[in-house]
Write a protein that binds this ligand. Structure first.
Ligand SMILES: [Zn+2]
Length: 297
């Protein structure tokens, strides 16, 4: 049995977690051949949605961050939903999805520019056929390709609306602004996945650990549990809650996190890994506490 105590404030769920005594998931054919392409496909759809929304509303910095949050949350949900526990595959999905969502927005913008150029050309030819030489002028050139379009866009400049006023990023500055956008998409996705992958994965039954039971604890029960699992508890400690995390099949060990307050207002937490016998003992104490609470209400 191992345990860890922290004295952080404020306390979050993640601070109570550490690598479980079991390793990450193994690489699987379906993870690489199905799950990974599905993530990238989803990112391509997110790119289209971001492009459609961004044409009308795309506040500087906030918009790419929001896109990154959506992509990150979706990828974390995909790992949990499909019990994809192979960490390198998950990181590859983050990298490829961020590239797909950033590159995809530029690509859909390019396709829209080509469609608009074709529409204008057709309109121009119709007008010329109807009015002949009365129609003068020329149309802007149609983008010759994706890279050509990006170069032309960078050359003409990207308008930026900031709190200090409007400015236009041209040339290298336009490319730099796009790179910053890309990083703003990538960063939230990386942070979310990093936290998600801190949760243990059981190789035996191939599932992520998940909270199975939790709640508030009275001072007496906290002391009983602390005594049972050798946690150092201040005499004035109190006001705690617990959480029991297990894999789908309940393979040992199970994670038991205990959080409590210690004067002067320090939030402390501890995570212990329990074998079957210890888990049964913890459940027994918790059930007794629940029965005691039920009988007094
Ligand atoms: Zn398991």
């Amino acid at each position: 049995m191992s345990n860890r105590s922290t004295a952080r404030q404020p306390l979050t769920d993640e601070t109570t977690e550490k690598a479980a005594p079991v390793g990450g998931g193994r690489s699987t054919w379906w993870g690489v051949c199905l799950w990974l392409p599905a993530c990238v496909g989803f990112a391509a759809m997110a790119a289209w949605a971001a492009f459609a929304v961004g044409r009308h509303f795309s506040p500087l910095l906030v918009f790419p961050l929001a896109v990154g949050l959506v992509v990150g949350a979706s990828l974390v949900a995909m790992t949990r939903l499909f019990q994809m526990g192979h960490r390198p595959t998950a990181w590859l999905a983050v990298g490829l999805s961020a590239a797909a969502v950033v590159g995809g927005q530029h690509y859909f913008s390019y396709r829209a520019a080509v469609a608009e150029a074709d529409r204008q050309s057709e309109q121009f030819q119709k007008t010329q056929a109807a009015f002949g030489d009365l129609v003068q002028g020329s149309l802007p050139p149609r983008p010759a390709g994706f890279v050509d379009y990006l170069r032309a866009e960078a050359k003409s400049g990207r308008p930026l609306k900031t709190v200090f006023g409007r400015c236009t990023a041209r040339g290298a500055m336009a490319w730099l602004a796009w790179a910053v956008d890309g990083l703003l998409v990538l960063t939230p996705a990386v942070v979310m996945m990093r936290f998600a992958l801190r949760r243990p994965f059981c190789r035996r039954c191939g599932s992520w650990y998940a909270p199975r039971r939790g709640g508030q604890l009275d001072d007496r029960t906290i002391r009983r549990l602390a005594g049972e699992f050798n946690l150092s508890l201040n005499d004035a400690a109190g006001g705690g809650h617990y959480r029991l995390i297990c894999c789908n099949q309940g393979c040992a060990p199970s994670g038991f996190s205990l959080s409590w307050e210690e004067p002067p207002g320090n939030a402390r937490s501890s995570l212990v890994w329990l074998d079957d016998r210890q888990l049964a003992r913890a459940v027994e104490i918790l059930d007794e506490a629940r029965r005691a609470t039920d009988s007094t209400t």
